[in-house]
Design a protein around this ligand. Structure first.
Ligand SMILES: *[C@@H]1O[C@H](CO)[C@@H](O)[C@H](O)[C@H]1NC(C)=O
Ligand SMILES: *[C@@H]1O[C@H](CO)[C@@H](O)[C@H](O)[C@H]1NC(C)=O
Ligand SMILES: *[C@@H]1O[C@H](CO)[C@@H](O)[C@H](O)[C@H]1NC(C)=O
Length: 445
């Protein structure tokens, strides 16, 4: 692609490194019991070094010259990592990657009043602030868990005629697997590719026993399975929930980068493979590039997408979408997206994707049909309390809301009421008790 544009900053999404001991529920995709391995930390560290050679390197054509290269300037970066079911693995991956991106340096030092200079431990190891994103209070990096609309979608997919046909075509193959898997039941729904892959990498006995073509076939089935689950025919479909909840981080990253008064130039988010699948679907990357199409779970560990935010000589903002498939590829490749030939105008990206973004917990509760988990209970209760507390002042409309109960359609309206009541409550809370009584009289009057 032509390089008459200037690089302003990068938004990076990265899959975690190699890990062991993994199980996820085939319906809800809630993960448990997993830990990063030394190999995984090496993969992420190398990816960090690669990113450094591209973006924090004065002799690279994509150098971010405005950024502090050696000692990190925390105001120039924004780093977050999923801290959910695979959280330890993803968070540790982010730590390893940051060590490669901002390695130890004796420049990380301080000179004391008595003239002594102290270098940080481990040769000037730098402690990069990483925001751990806990799924209980932030839906952005694991939008699919506790989401019944998403569970319904996976159920629908498993019951589709295409899926059933795929399952029956592969029934013989699947039937041959249990002896290699300590008798674990195998079906296309509960595709055990991950178990096989982990053992293929770490368990010599398993790697010797299982024919290589079995792993390849299981990989192909996992591809089919995961792409079907984590995508949707509509950009704003529930199957794309993993991409829709991470989009605000990406869009805010773009906004910070093009805002010349905001020093942020590098935004990094550590995730699992799921947001990649949705984003590859939503950006048409999968549709436009056959090698990205069959990505599924077979995307390598430490795979990474980098959105380069650029300014053209005409002053327009464009995006360049780069992908590297983990350690199996040495270099990032640029892939046109959204039906464009080259870089995609930022405005096109925003027009096409922003409407599908899930921007708040309330939006998420509504999209998923949840009134009890991940903050939805508090939102629902607050809406109810606000209505109950003021039902005298807002009836008969409020009474109507209460009577309608907690259906999802009404919930949306209630969030609106909550906002409205919130304004009233705020004004009163700051006022004295006497004024409060007066104001409530005023409201009644
Ligand atoms: C200066 O202070 C540091 C920290 O208290 C101490 O370790 C060091 O020995 C002092 N240096 C001198 C020359 O007194
Ligand atoms: C997204 O995935 C769905 C399957 O869930 C598929 O029907 C659709 O064509 C894909 N869209 C694009 C743009 O690749
Ligand atoms: C990524 O690499 C794996 C093997 O290392 C391969 O099976 C898969 O097809 C690759 N995916 C892409 C999108 O290149």
């Amino acid at each position: 692609m032509s390089d008459d544009s200037t690089l302003l900053g990068v938004v990076i999404l990265t899959r975690h490194g190699d890990r062991q001991g993994f199980y996820q529920d085939p319906d809800s995709y809630t993960a448990s019991g997993t830990v990063i391995t030394p190999l995984g930390t090496v993969q992420e560290y190398q990816l960090g070094q690669k990113l450094r050679s591209l973006y924090l390197n004065a002799s690279s054509p994509t150098d971010l010259a405005g950024m502090s290269h050696d000692v990190v300037n925390a105001s120039q970066i924004s780093v977050s990592a999923d801290a959910g079911g695979e959280g330890g693995v993803i968070f540790d991956s982010a730590v390893s990657l940051m060590q490669g991106l901002f390695p130890n340096t004796t420049s990380y030092n301080t000179t004391l009043a008595n003239g002594t200079t102290v270098v940080g431990p481990l040769g000037g190891y730098q402690y990069i602030p990483i925001e751990s994103v806990e799924p209980d209070n932030d839906i952005s990096l694991e939008g699919w868990t506790s989401c019944s609309a998403f569970s319904d979608w996976t159920y629908e997919f498993y019951n589709s005629s295409a899926f059933q046909q795929k399952a029956s075509e592969n029934a013989d193959f699947l039937g041959q697997l249990p002896p290699y898997l300590d008798g674990r039941p195998v079906s296309l729904e509960n595709m055990i590719f991950d178990f096989m892959n982990v053992n293929w990498i770490h368990n010599e006995e398993f790697a010797d026993a299982v024919p290589e073509e079995y792993l390849a076939q299981a990989r192909a089935l996992a591809n089919y399975h995961e792409y079907g689950v984590f995508t949707s025919p509509e950009v704003d479909g529930i199957g794309n929930i993993a991409g829709r909840t991470v989009l605000p981080i990406i869009l805010e990253g773009f906004a910070s980068i093009i805002d010349s008064s905001d020093p942020t130039q590098l935004v990094y988010t550590g995730v699992s493979y799921k947001p990649f699948l949705s984003l590859f679907n939503m950006t048409q990357a999968a549709e436009m590039h056959s090698n990205l199409e069959a990505i599924g779970k077979t995307m390598d560990y430490a795979a990474s997408v980098v959105f380069e935010v650029r300014e053209t000589s005409d002053g327009d903002h464009v995006l360049r979408f780069n992908f590297k498939n983990g350690t199996s590829e040495d270099e990032f490749t640029s892939y046109p997206i959204l039906g464009q030939d080259g870089d995609v105008p930022l405005s096109t990206f925003i027009d096409r994707l922003a409407p599908a973004a899930i921007n708040s917990t309330a939006d998420w509760c509504q999209a998923c049909g949840n009134t009890k988990d991940r903050g939805c209970a508090a939102l629902t209760k607050a809406a109810n309390d606000a209505i109950a507390a003021h039902s005298d002042t807002i009836s008969p409309v409020g009474a109507g809301f209460l009577g309608a109960g907690l259906t999802i359609v009404v919930m949306l309206a209630m969030f609106g009421v909550l906002l409205f009541m919130g304004v009233l409550t705020f004004g009163r809370r700051t006022a004295s008790r006497k004024q409060k009584e007066t104001s409530s009289v005023d409201v009644k009057a």
